[in-house]
Write a protein that binds this ligand. Structure first.
Ligand code: CTP
Length: 211
């Protein structure tokens, strides 16, 4: 059984010293990669910049930008399972300045952006052998968690969504609570250490792939 995961933030350069990014720590994605390796999966983890050490027994691919993450996922596939845990920046600066931008008002009044590829949607929409048999997305929501996650599952075309309530400290924190949305319904994973949530999810994923 082969699994490919994305984790962490992406970092989108503006100029040689500045970038757009987000507060994802990568902890939940790394915990899930480790738990899948424990379940017997051959795991490739495509990670944005994090302070976390490489995982033993997991093929690590370190990237910075969403474009690099998309290319690394393509290079790591095919797999039985693709799990998108990364907090991919939806937008990137349309041009990366080779020199440090001067912070005069005209230069920084607007920053033109272009959309990044949606990695989860791209993989979900592939057909035949190019699509892993199980594609799982993550959703960070602060309110109406189940309704938003159900809509996201349809919009992305993935099989499952793991919804996290990030109204507390889930982003960067050590604990998490999750709601798993499948075509058949919902399963709650009560608030616990991210490693514990990861172990439960990995078992559920391994059962689904074996079936
Ligand atoms: N994702 C991705 N590539 C992107 C954006 C998101 O693979 N360019 C994946 C994430 O890894 C995660 C899921 O899509 O699995 C999150 O969906 P996303 O659209 O990022 O959620 P939000 O940005 O929170 O969307 P919305 O504001 O519509 O809720």
């Amino acid at each position: 059984m082969r699994a490919v995961l994305t984790a962490g933030p992406t970092l989108e350069p503006i100029d040689p010293v500045r970038f757009l990014s987000n507060r994802s720590s990568g902890q939940q994605g790394y915990a899930l990669a480790a738990a899948l390796a424990d379940e017997g999966f051959e795991v490739t983890l495509v990670s944005g910049p994090t302070v976390l050490p490489d995982l033993a027994g997991v093929t690590m691919v370190r990237v910075e930008t969403a474009l690099e993450m998309m290319a690394a996922v393509d290079a790591a596939l095919p797999a039985d399972v693709f799990i998108a845990v990364a907090a991919v920046a939806d937008w990137r600066p349309s041009e990366v300045s080779a020199v440090k931008l001067k912070l005069d008002k005209s230069a920084m009044a607007s920053l033109p952006l272009i959309e990044n590829p949606d990695i989860l949607k791209t993989i979900s929409r592939r057909e035949g052998h190019a699509r892993p048999s199980l594609v799982v997305g993550f959703a960070a929501e602060t309110h109406d968690v189940a309704a938003h996650a159900r809509a996201k599952r349809i919009r992305k075309g993935c099989d499952w969504i793991v919804a996290n309530d990030v109204s507390g400290d889930a982003m960067g924190g050590a604990q998490n609570a999750a709601l798993l949305i499948t075509p058949d319904g919902e399963e709650a994973f009560p608030r616990a250490a991210k490693a514990e949530i990861a172990a439960q999810l990995a078992t559920r994923i391994a059962d689904a792939v074996r079936a």
